[in-house]
Design a protein around this ligand. Structure first.
Ligand SMILES: Nc1ncnc2c1ncn2[C@@H]1O[C@H](COP(=O)(O)OP(=O)(O)OP(=O)(O)O)[C@@H](O)[C@H]1O
Length: 251
């Protein structure tokens, strides 16, 4: 199976704190891969390294066959256009209405005329199930709607890879289900490659094709949801059961 992103023996420290101690991971093209693991184990840092926003100390990140460490600044900017990112807090611009938020990457990265921008903005909003909200300000929207606007903006440039940093954190169970469905359906409609960091085990089992669990700087297990449900890997068993007893040390 073809890899959209390949991570080879990745090491990253902040000062004395070793966050990644040799991560190896293949993100298979056109699938949803969920990354799980205890807080502070470097999931967000891993996502940022996939986009080349943080440089590893050693090891490689290969995106669509290209080793990020060998790229010029210009080539790196070009590769970043392959990515759409949905941040934890949706990261909308509060002073811009919904239309301007979704139009923003199109204005930044393309020379499209207003008529074409309008068409794309409305199309992306429709794709995430939003209608008649273009002129609302982010502060007027619910958390779930903000996520949708964030996703519409993330897919405005038609990315090949969508990265989601904890898309369901802070949402109630119904909104969580709606956002899970959104992640899943966006994947099916656009046939992209999705990487989702999640704290939500139910969501992970619902949407993932593959799961990678990270602990103590390494991937302790990679497999399908079925593999995770049936494994006796002590790290996975402890994490999924939410038990304080086991090999995972907290704090
Ligand atoms: N720019 C930075 N400078 C210094 N330390 C950082 C930086 N970014 C992240 N860290 C540290 O790296 C570690 C991993 O952070 P990261 O946010 O990737 O964890 P996470 O697994 O995503 O956590 P959570 O599940 O709580 O969101 C943390 O200890 C964090 O403080």
């Amino acid at each position: 199976m073809e890899a959209a992103i390949e991570i080879i023996d990745l090491h990253k420290s902040f000062g004395k704190h070793k966050v990644h101690k040799g991560i190896n991971l293949k993100i298979i093209k056109n699938t949803i891969t969920c990354i799980i693991g205890p807080s502070g184990t470097g999931k967000s840092v891993l996502l940022k390294q996939m986009m080349g926003l943080i440089k590893p100390d050693s090891g490689k990140v290969i995106v669509c066959g290209k080793d990020l460490s060998t790229l010029s600044k210009k080539e790196l900017l070009e590769i970043r256009k392959k990515f759409g990112m949905l941040f934890q807090n949706s990261a909308l611009f509060d002073s811009m209405n919904v239309y301007e938020n979704v139009a923003f990457p199109l204005r930044e990265h393309t020379k499209l005329k207003e008529k074409e921008i309008r068409k794309i903005v409305l199309e992306k909003l429709a794709l995430v199930g939003l209608k008649d909200v273009e002129y609302k300000m982010p502060s007027e929207l619910s958390g779930g709607m903000r996520k949708r606007v964030g996703l519409a903006r993330a897919i405005a440039l038609e990315p090949e890879i969508i990265l989601y940093d904890e898309p369901t954190t802070g949402l109630d169970p119904i909104m969580t289900d709606i956002v899970d469905t959104l992640v899943y359906e966006t994947q099916k409609k656009l046939n992209v490659t999705s990487v989702v960091i999640s704290h939500d085990i139910d969501s992970t089992f619902k949407i993932a094709d593959y799961i990678a669990m990270i602990y103590d700087g390494r991937i302790v297990m990679y497999g399908t949801p079925e593999d995770f449900k049936t494994t006796d890997n002590p790290y996975v068993v402890q994490f999924l059961s939410g038990s304080k007893d086991g090999p995972i040390k907290i704090g």
